[in-house]
Design a protein around this ligand. Sequence first.
Ligand SMILES: [Zn+2]
Ligand SMILES: [Zn+2]
Length: 182
Amino acid sequence: MLDTHELGRRPGSMRALERTVAAPADLGTAVIGIPEGAELALDLRLEAVMEGVLVSGTVTGTATGECGRCLDPVEVEVVADVQELFAYPERAGAAEDSGDEDEEVSELEDDLADLEPSLRDAVVIGLPFQPLCSPDCPGLCSECGARLADDPEHTHDVVDPRWSALESMFDPTNVSDETKES
Ligand SMILES: [Zn+2]
Ligand SMILES: [Zn+2]
């Protein structure tokens, strides 16, 4: 909650606000998000306008998740833009009439602005859809699940039995050699 009381109501008055807050729960998606209680740095500007208080600025935090390919832990610095108009309760009706009908106007309650919904929207939009530990992460071996980044030359000499049957059909000498050896 942001207290806008000190700002006053004269249109044009402005206040900068820098604050570190604890992240609320569910700040992210299923694959990556800012953990609850982690530091969120707010760098905001509060501006009194006719209809209410315009809050704009950035929120910065560190999201954690798993690489979508190799499942390694991933940390992503999130810097999200926030902008939200909080209408004075007695002006909220007017703001709703003039604005987009689908858009719900946030209201100030006792000079307090609930920034959480807009923070959540801004942060979620700023998160990667599929987080990766590095853009060219090779992922895991489909055969044994090893991390291919640790061992790029990694192969398995497992030959599909149907494939070896084909090989023997096309290369009879090879088969006879193997038969002799075994
Ligand atoms: Zn990875
Ligand atoms: Zn493998």
